[in-house]
Write a protein that binds this ligand. Structure first.
Ligand code: AMP
Length: 178
């Protein structure tokens, strides 16, 4: 396969004004149509985190599930689903956070994470960093820590990276847009 970055750039579809005006939506579904590219993404994350202790991978709903689970399987560690409020059927712990307009809340099942675990947080895309930050706070509520943060795409103009800086953990993204 040619350069991973180039292949990602060629596959990701930018959809203007979705889901609302002014948003340049990065659609990763064409990536999923390529098993070669999908495998290369997982392999790249495994390579980038080589030497970092990872006890579990937490994927953020819903696009964070797509590569989060195969990544956890490849690393041979548990996968933890972090979902929007009201989706998980069992007892949950939740963390509420501010969005540009309004609020959101993410949850995970109680007891999925054990205190002291180092958990890699994964989502498809890093924008303002609010969601990944909330995921890390949720881990901390259970006495665990983020081992790092990994994304397929980073929108640099929205400064998510600096928002996650206080956690002082490796942050990797495969394709950055200015
Ligand atoms: P944020 O909390 O601002 O970092 O937003 C990240 C979350 O919103 C991720 O779960 C992304 O899937 C989604 N998201 C934000 N902006 C975009 C975008 N331009 N294209 C696709 N997904 C986005």
């Amino acid at each position: 396969m040619k350069d991973l970055r180039e292949s990602l750039e060629a596959s990701i579809r930018t959809v203007p004004d979705f889901p609302k005006k002014g948003i340049q939506f990065k659609d990763i579904t064409p990536i999923l149509e390529s098993p070669v590219l999908s495998r290369a993404i997982v392999a790249e994350f495994v390579k980038l985190y080589n030497g970092v202790r990872i006890d579990a991978v937490a994927g953020i709903e819903s696009r964070g599930f797509l590569f989060g689970l195969p990544l956890a399987m490849e690393l041979n560690v548990p996968f933890i689903a972090m979902r929007k409020k009201g989706k998980l059927p069992w007892r949950t712990i939740s963390y509420r956070y501010a969005l540009e307009y309004g609020e959101a809340e993410i949850e995970m099942h109680e007891g999925s994470i054990k205190p002291g675990m180092q958990v890699l947080v994964h989502d498809d895309l890093l924008a303002t960093g609010g969601t990944a930050c909330a995921a890390a706070e949720l881990l901390k509520m259970e006495g665990a820590e983020p081992a790092g943060f990994c994304f397929i795409i980073e929108l640099e103009a929205l400064h998510g990276r600096s928002r996650l800086l206080p956690f002082d953990r490796p942050l990797m993204s495969l394709l950055r847009y200015e």
